[in-house]
Write a protein that binds this ligand. Sequence first.
Ligand SMILES: [Zn+2]
Length: 277
Amino acid sequence: MTSRNELPLAAALSLVLLTTATIPLSTDVASATKHACWYYAPGNLIPDTGKPSDERLGDGTKLNELDWGEPHGLNPIPGARGIAQSQVYNPGGYNTPGDECDASNFSGPDRDNYCELRIGKDRWAIGCKPGPTHAGLDIKAGTRDDCLLMRIAQERILNNGEDPKIADLVAVQAVQDGVITTIGTFSVDLVSMGRLYRYMHINMKTIQVKLGDSVNKGKILGYMYDDYNKSEGYWTTFHLHWEIRFPMNGEEVFLPPYMAFIRSKERTLNATCQLVQ
Ligand SMILES: [Zn+2]
């Protein structure tokens, strides 16, 4: 793993932004509709990045085509202001050149990244061939401006000791009514109706829930950030990693979260997202 010893900054732009009295931040549903709602099919990953399986139900439905977040789960990002995007294989991602705030990371189409092969142990991920699968969905949420502002805020927090709240621009929310069962060093678990929803990399210094809290769907859990095991040299981008887990045969298996994300986006935007052929 590499450490993030330098925070790349578009210096000219940051000066402009820091000296701007009011910075328009898109925080409402209306702005979300500006994102085109179009998506690649579930299991259609960036080529050569993972191994989805072709497991199907008796009626022929592919397992990774199902909305495993039913019934009527919310999108993990209020206003559905997120794009499903690999944080590894897109600009500025781990081992990928470019800038994590590149505009292409904040526009469609959504793309599944659940079955991507990553580093680590093998995971039992429904809808993927065996291997060290990603087993979650990376979501780049907000806008390019939010990303740039978060980077500036992070510099201020790290270098000037400013309040961690200044980085809180993109909220993440409970997708169902449930209970907060775990708060880790960079993750929050929400359990609801036998499913465990894990949210990773949110700003743990400004988290909005406590262990054991009962929450209603729509409750803001915290804010998208890049918290990880930084003290051990781990690195990530500003994004939300979102998982759906399910206990089965004494083991916790991973369920495909991509269509839950797409269908909840459709419900939020009251639109039918277009499948990219
Ligand atoms: Zn991830």
